[in-house]
Design a protein around this ligand. Structure first.
Ligand SMILES: Cc1cc2nc3c(=O)[nH]c(=O)nc-3n(C[C@H](O)[C@H](O)[C@H](O)COP(=O)(O)O)c2cc1C
Length: 182
């Protein structure tokens, strides 16, 4: 498969079969995340894979918002990967203070995309989740106060086989120019 096929097959999957995902497959995706680049090679991330059925349902309840009617589908996933922002590296702290740049959100975004592309390679479906009751999830998973939840990823076997689909994206010619701004 060509690289762009992976990009086209990676889509937000919101319907899963309910089958568990093997730890081997999850570790494959985590390895892809681990290999991702980051500012100062700071690797400011930590991943908690929640696949214990009881805990998974509790975390899903903190991601689903019945009022806003969002993220109900997560209950059908096999695992929720909670991605923590870990900026405890002293080097990163000092350099961030001095340079006043904070690249951590970009670093985490790249690692999450790596995870999701590796999942395509394993025939798995993912959906990146931005919304959730972070306080509740931190309590459920005993996450220390100094670690923040950045994103989550719902993972599972997709109900429908993943096919490359046309994506709702801006046209290519509208997002680039060569040499100068146009
Ligand atoms: C940072 C981020 C947060 C997201 N949060 C949610 C979410 O809470 N719930 C959801 O259903 N989809 C969420 N998505 C998925 C986007 O809606 C989806 O990626 C976008 O519509 C493009 O569709 P595609 O992923 O199928 O290509 C999120 C995506 C990103 C990158």
């Amino acid at each position: 498969m060509e690289f762009l096929d992976y990009m086209k097959r990676r889509e937000s999957v919101r319907e899963f079969t309910g089958e568990p995902v093997s730890h081997q497959d999850l570790l494959y995706c985590l390895e892809a995340a681990r290999l991702s680049p980051s500012s100062l090679n700071s690797q400011p991330w930590k991943f908690i894979v929640v696949d214990d059925p009881l805990l998974h349902q509790k975390v899903c309840a903190a991601i689903h918002d019945p009022l806003l009617q969002i993220n109900r589908f997560v209950y059908g996933s096999a695992a929720i990967v909670v991605v923590l922002k870990d900026t405890s590296s002293m080097n990163l702290r000092i350099r961030t203070l001095v340079k006043k740049f904070n690249f951590t959100p970009y670093d985490i975004g790249i690692a999450v995309q790596s995870f999701c592309l590796a999942a395509v390679d394993r025939g798995l479906g993912t959906c990146i989740i931005g919304w959730g009751k972070h306080r509740r999830i931190k309590d459920l998973l005993f996450i220390p106060d100094d670690k923040e939840i950045a994103l989550m990823i719902a993972v599972g076997h997709p109900k429908e086989e993943i096919q490359p689909k046309a994506k709702n994206r801006k046209p290519l010619e509208s997002i680039y120019s060569f040499n100068t701004y146009r």
